[in-house]
Design a protein around this ligand. Structure first.
Ligand code: PXP
Length: 245
């Protein structure tokens, strides 16, 4: 069995639902299919404009998932209150705590544009992480693969970083090296390493082979896009096959 885990991000099932303002397709149903296919966790991103996942989806996902829920959000007071209310002192069926991944958010952005600047936002991020950890929620920080950001991420309550793979996904040839170096440093500092953004069944194999320190991949858009043609079960299984190599 591989040590690597796949988090399936179900946001874009909700994007399709919100496009029509109808109750379907349901991201909770997608989460169940993804888990049946072997996903290790379900990820969703609650954005300030609520353009896909809605507040009411969070308790439904929390109660529906059999693995665990990883909720991506900005480190604002509103979002942290919501996380504590929905996930605080709750555990997934297997007994593991749920997770929050803190990400930056700029109003009007199409998707997350970069990692958190943990240096610049040190106070807000530390405060958010401490509140989440106190409520029994595990905390990851979504950061760019830079030494300074990895070092700044060693905060109380933070046990994981998610390295931003957007530049790698956009074919920046230097980014595999940057990701490998950041992942190694994070490992040395005792942080678990996840990766995400823009990953697909085309660009994942090279990353998996080059950066063995990455233990978790959070992937959304390419899975849901591919599911339109091959089905969600197959789209998830194909990625699992890649990370198990
Ligand atoms: N990880 C983080 C922190 C994200 O913000 C996102 C997008 O919501 C993803 C992973 C998934 O990215 P993609 O949809 O490009 O696979």
């Amino acid at each position: 069995m591989s040590y690597r885990r796949l988090g399936v991000n179900v946001d874009h099932v909700a994007t399709i639902r919100q496009a029509r303002g109808v109750p379907y397709p349901d991201p909770v149903a997608a989460a169940m299919i993804a888990e049946q296919a072997g996903a290790h966790q379900i990820t969703c991103h609650i954005r300030m404009d609520r353009r896909h996942i809605q507040d009411a989806d969070l308790p439904r996902l929390r109660d529906g998932v059999q693995t665990l829920l990883n909720v991506e959000m900005a480190p604002t007071a509103e979002m942290i209150d919501l996380a504590v209310e929905v996930l605080g002192h709750r555990r997934a069926p297997a007994g593991r705590p749920h997770r929050v991944t803190l990400v930056p958010e700029r109003p009007g952005e199409v998707t997350t544009e970069g990692g958190l600047d943990v240096w610049a936002q040190h106070e807000a991020v530390s405060e958010a992480a401490a509140r989440l950890a106190e409520a029994g929620i595990r905390v990851s920080l979504f950061i760019d693969p830079e030494d300074a950001q990895v070092r700044a991420s060693r905060l109380q309550g933070v046990d994981m970083v998610e390295l931003n793979t957007a530049r790698y996904a956009e074919h920046d040839p230097d980014d595999l090296d940057r990701l490998a170096r950041a992942a190694r440093l994070a490992g040395e500092l005792g942080l678990e390493v996840a990766a995400g953004h823009g990953l697909t069944h085309h660009n994942l194999p090279e990353l998996v082979a080059a950066v063995p320190e990455i233990v978790e991949y959070n992937i959304g858009h390419s899975i849901i896009a591919r599911a339109v043609f091959v089905g969600l079960d197959r789209a998830v299984r194909d990625l699992l096959e890649i990370i198990r190599r």
